[in-house]
Design a protein around this ligand. Structure first.
Ligand code: GLN
Length: 268
């Protein structure tokens, strides 16, 4: 029998679970756990982080769950395992915060396409549905405006969100799923919105890893858990300078011309 990976349970520690890094976690999404852990430690807040591979039982006692992006095949397997386990469902019922990137967002919705384009049942934790459309993959820089998150402590303005995207699916938020922001550069959900938020579950197409490029998003997720008074300010001068460069380059299309590989190959 597989034992449940579990926490040491220092009572005040923030508990973070990276789910299925063996299946999901392309483009450095695993770095999101590192960013959250460091930003807690820098504030003197204890953190316990564990990774749970597919097939292992999922502890439902954590504060924050991270689900990464991935390819179509592993994505289907991850959805099946998460559905079987129900550990993530129980954690969300108890109020846990979830950040799901790209494939992670897609499988947490109601439906998503597999590698053949056939629609599969998702976990229903995010109010959205992902479909396959007859358009090139969305590949390149992704920049949003008006990004905001409403937590139990109120509305948090996130400023521009920056990252990159690589996905074939397009995501349609449902009537109970609000988007995370509006697209300024790139594709996002495909309807000029980006990301989906349902209750404490946050989905986004931003890779990068997303939280390294967007510390305000990292802090908003942490504030949800520890409350605003614990969120002492950190010096983000260096990261803000890098963000300004990235944002400018995306706006000027210096980083990623919006051409698909199909266009590039056709012209060469
Ligand atoms: N396989 C999914 C798609 O292509 C998600 C890709 C990803 O997570 N980067 O739409």
């Amino acid at each position: 029998m597989t034992s449940t990976p579990n926490f040491n349970r220092a009572d005040s520690a923030v508990r973070i679970v990276s789910l299925y890094p063996d299946l999901l976690g392309t483009y450095g999404d695993g770095g999101n756990a590192l960013v959250l852990s460091r930003r807690l430690e820098w504030r003197g807040i204890a953190v316990e982080h564990i990774s749970v591979d597919a097939g292992a039982p999922i502890p439902d006692s954590a504060d924050l769950y991270l689900v990464g992006g991935g390819e179509d095949g592993p994505q289907v397997q991850a959805a099946r395992e998460l559905e079987l386990s129900q550990g993530l469902h129980r954690a969300v019922d108890k109020g846990a915060v979830v950040l799901a990137i790209c494939a992670g967002m897609q499988i947490l919705g109601h439906r998503f396409p597999d590698a053949t384009g056939t629609s599969r049942g998702g976990l229903g934790l995010l109010d959205c549905e992902t479909v396959r459309v007859n358009r090139p993959r969305a590949v390149g820089e992704l920049l949003t405006t008006n990004a905001r998150l409403t937590t139990t402590h109120g509305l948090i303005e996130l400023g521009p969100l920056t990252g990159f995207e690589n996905h074939a699916g397009r995501t349609v938020p449902g009537s109970n799923g609000v988007s995370l922001g509006s697209v300024e550069v790139g594709e996002g959900n495909g309807d000029s919105s980006e990301g989906v938020v349902t209750g404490t579950v946050v989905g986004t197409y931003l890779h990068g890893p997303a939280l390294a490029r967007n510390p305000r998003l990292a802090d908003a997720l942490l504030e949800w858990i520890v409350g605003p008074t614990a969120m002492t300010p950190l010096d983000d001068g260096d990261v803000n300078a890098l963000r300004a460069e990235r944002i400018h380059a995306a706006q000027e299309h210096e980083l990623a011309p919006r051409r698909s590989w199909r266009d590039i190959l056709r012209r060469s």
